[in-house]
Design a protein around this ligand. Structure first.
Ligand code: SF4
Length: 253
């Protein structure tokens, strides 16, 4: 079990507003900013962030990833995990109390604040996963002598061709029940504001691919591009002399 400090996962206005459909740089009314401030206050009061990580071998992950045989045929995870240096399963939540508070606001017909708190909580879960990812990344780089080109990316059942039914085997291995996360028959996690998946750690180049898989045309976020952008720019930040190839040049054709 890994405790996560609340201060580490307070989401930015930008992250919460994006989930409200407000694009970066848009003019936002003072009422919306007030709602955000109220939601963050409630989040800070009620969130109980916690996480769990378990390192896993490629063989074992292959079994978990195959799940119930419902994944897409070609997926980024299927290709990338074979090239990884290390893998770990993870799960994290901001807790049932926050979920109950969101429900309470909706029951009391405070839809504006309930919706904003829902977005803040969702963004907070992502930040909690970021904290776990950074933690795992630090253990990886400590274990690899020439660590400067190691990067970690995460994937979750339900995304990028990994069928949501993959949660079943992931839960059997990781046992997130120990930190209060259970799996419904529908494969949704309880509390709802939770995240799970795999951290894939390996050389930077393994993480770049084209967003041309069969399911990518239905993807609303293409969030893999932003994550690749972050990896590329972290290289530039740490190694100003190096000129990495662009995402487009690195990606799989
Ligand atoms: S475009 Fe969307 S579905 Fe396709 S790999 Fe990227 S994040 Fe996944």
């Amino acid at each position: 079990m890994i405790e996560i400090r609340k201060q580490e996962i307070i989401p930015s206005q930008e992250d919460a507003f994006a989930l409200q459909g407000i694009s970066s740089g848009s003019k936002v009314s003072s009422n919306i900013i007030l709602l955000f401030d109220q939601a963050v206050k409630i989040f800070a009061e009620h969130a109980q962030p916690v996480g769990i990580i378990a390192e896993i071998s490629k063989n074992d992950f292959g079994i978990i990833y195959a799940g119930e045989g419902r994944n897409e045929t070609d997926t980024p995870v299927a290709e990338i995990f074979q090239k990884a240096d290390r893998l770990a399963l993870f799960a994290t939540t901001v807790g049932q109390g926050l979920h109950d508070k969101i429900n309470e606001l909706f029951v009391n017909k405070d839809f504006a604040l309930g919706s904003m708190l829902d977005s803040v909580a969702s963004a907070g879960v992502e930040k909690a996963a970021d904290v776990l990812e950074a933690f795992f990344g630090s253990t990886v780089t400590r274990g690899i002598e020439d660590d400067k080109n190691i990067a970690v990316m995460r994937y979750s059942p339900g995304y990028c061709g990994w069928h949501v039914s993959g949660q079943r085997k992931l839960f059997e291995y990781l046992k997130p029940e120990e930190i209060g996360i259970t799996l419904r028959a529908s494969y949704l996690m309880e509390p709802l504001k939770s995240a799970s998946g795999v951290f894939i750690a390996g050389g930077v180049d393994i993480h770049f691919f084209a967003d041309t898989y069969s399911f990518c045309s239905q993807c609303e976020t293409h969030s893999c591009r932003e994550r690749m952008y972050r990896i590329e720019h972290s290289i530039n930040a740490s190694e100003p002399g190096e000129q990495p190839a662009s995402i487009d040049k690195r990606r799989k054709e």
